[in-house]
Design a protein around this ligand. Sequence first.
Ligand code: HEC
Ligand code: HEC
Length: 222
Amino acid sequence: MSRYLFLLLYFISFNSFAFDYDPDNGEEINEVCAGCHGEYAQGGKQGEYPRLAGLPASYLAEQLKLFRHRKRPNLPMDQYIDDRQMPDEDIYDITHYIAAIKLKTRLPPIDKTAPDFNAYDRLLASHKIMQIPDIKGDLKHGKKLYRRECSNCHGRNGFGSKKKSIPPLAGQYTAYLWRQVKLFHKKQRIHDRDDPDDEDLLDDFTHKELADIFAWLSTADD
Ligand code: HEC
Ligand code: HEC
């Protein structure tokens, strides 16, 4: 019996530290983000603005705090993320809101003559479609390298890990991924959280090797 009491107390105390998720507040804040990242957090301008939809909430929150503390450069977002503009409760709501957005990679096949066909619904659904354009490269080589060198952390098929708070690389814009590689090289962003002083995880890869990995990743969401 006492074990249950302990569990109950633990549950109550744990929850009093967490914020209650308020989806309406999340939706409202998203109107600001949508100006750059799109209404469905799908990103835009070929990766000038990354896709955020479906990324782990904890990862999104960590990045917002890195931006806030200027530990990861992001001039365009500076004005939106200081403590007053975006208190921690808001970070909780917006990151949970965005993490829950599901984007499809293609529309389901349709029968326009079916009695329940609705062109407007179809149009709305098409806005939530996102697929990374396939880029050229040695896909076999890229997949092999990816599986050996990246999949441990970024997941077997490139979709990241919610549990480990690691972002997906599949379904993310290629131009954005390259820009992050440059930031990692310049140490303006830290790739390996457990070993921040070590050289970057990607320093040993040639441009061609990374290009092949990114080429395979661009097909991983097909
Ligand atoms: C004025 C444009 C702009 C607005 C508004 C904006 N962002 Fe961004 N955001 C960017 C740019 C540009 C980047 C990419 C920076 C880079 O390349 O490193 C980015 C990157 C991010 C990232 C990092 C993604 C990753 O995979 O690491 C997160 C998280 C993010 N934004 C969240 C938000 C949220 C939440 C909002 C709304 C509160 C928001 N952004 C509003 C421009 C914007
Ligand atoms: C030891 C685990 C680990 C390995 C191995 C690893 N990564 Fe990462 N990667 C991470 C973590 C953690 C992050 C998020 C860093 C942060 O919090 O800012 C990340 C972020 C990234 C990003 C930025 C994504 C974004 O949304 O901004 C890119 C690009 C990337 N990794 C590429 C690679 C590639 C390519 C490989 C294989 C050659 C690789 N990583 C191997 C842990 C790893």
